[in-house]
Design a protein around this ligand. Structure first.
Ligand code: ZN
Ligand code: ZN
Length: 334
């Protein structure tokens, strides 16, 4: 089968992903062979390629927003059928036994395995999944628009839940950074009755936010017309988190949605004074993926998708790095 292989970490500009012919694995007991239709690209892929996260497997096939058709079932699987359309998110497997798993915090599992990081993912024509790593995708989403829901959407949804505003059903939510994850989460938040204030650089992104229903959009250093009841920082930049804290109301929380962030160098006590909180989001639990797919379907979330062919994955990730993708990038495989 064809796959984009990462053999060695390097800047994306040097095109480190290599279009290669690799052996296709057969599904063992409890596993499923998937024929991949498309796979979303994610900033995490870029963090792995460019050494901001360690390599866990060499070579590795990246890709953890996989939309695929069940091609072959391993022994012992009888609640899913050949031909079904499924999605594979970032969390590939969790142990179900550790102190986190038993509290529905599989995202913090001590033994977790991640798609396209600890095991091969979806930048390929086929991939092997576990029964518990696949999710049925609501019919209202076509293949290309379903892919970004599986990481950007689901992790963003976990961040949105952690703001505490969903239970309240009202409030001013600040969104810092407006890429793949943020533009989907804005749509869910609006559908849940929240007011959205978007802090992002670049006129085009600010206009995108306003067109989706944001009350206000400006740059991360601009003053918004209101104090924020919560903020989500999607930008992987420490200084942006400080800007978010400065705009928070008393007793409110800022949630950090990326797996990596540049150092937070200027944090002073006055930034968190008045009972302000900082919370990071790690990975995604199965419950988040299921709930998000449901909520996205109710809110008719429409990701803005830019499509690339599999062999152009280097270009797609380079465009992501340069901020050239409005919304989400998706690799078309078949
Ligand atoms: Zn566990
Ligand atoms: Zn991701």
């Amino acid at each position: 089968m064809k796959a984009m292989l990462l053999n060695k970490q390097a800047p994306i500009e040097s095109e480190p992903l290599v279009y290669s012919e690799v052996d296709r694995n057969e599904p063992n007991k409890g596993e499923i062979l998937l024929k991949v239709i498309c796979c979303g690209i994610c900033r995490t892929d870029l963090h792995i390629i460019e050494s901001e996260l360690p390599l866990l497997k060499i070579p590795i096939i990246l890709g953890h927003q996989v939309v695929a058709i069940v091609d072959e079932l391993g022994e012992g699987i009888n609640d899913i059928n050949k031909g079904d359309r499924v999605g594979v998110p970032w969390l590939y497997w969790s142990c179900g036994k550790c102190k986190y798993c038993i509290k529905d915090l599989e995202n913090l599992c001590d033994n977790a395995i991640f798609t396209g990081y600890s095991v091969d993912g979806g930048y390929a024509e086929y991939m092997i999944a576990k029964r518990n790593s696949v999710y049925k995708i609501p019919r209202i989403f076509d293949d290309l628009h379903a892919a970004p829901l599986l990481c950007g959407g689901s992790v963003g949804y976990r961040a949105l839940k952690l703001t505490g505003l969903l239970e309240r059903g009202e409030g001013n939510l600040g969104i810092f950074g407006f890429g793949s994850s943020a533009h989907m989460i804005a749509q869910v938040a609006l559908n849940k009755g929240l007011e959205i204030y978007v802090f992002t650089r670049g006129k085009e992104r600010q206009e995108h936010a306003l067109s989706l229903g944001a009350r206000w959009a400006g740059s991360p250093t601009d003053e918004a017309p209101v104090r924020l009841d919560a903020a989500i920082v999607f930008a992987p930049a420490g200084w942006v988190m400080i800007e978010a804290l400065k705009r928070l109301d008393k007793g409110s929380r800022v949630v950090l949605a990326d797996i990596y962030m540049t150092p937070i160098e200027q944090l002073e006590y006055r930034h968190i004074w008045l009972e302000k909180e900082i919370k990071s989001v790690a990975n995604v639990a199965p419950k988040d993926v299921k709930e998000f797919l449901e909520e996205a379907s109710k809110a008719h979330v429409k990701p803005n998708v830019t499509v690339y062919m599999l062999k152009d994955a280097n270009k797609a990730l380079n465009d992501l790095k340069q901020g050239k993708i409005k919304g989400s990038g998706v690799l078309k495989i078949t």
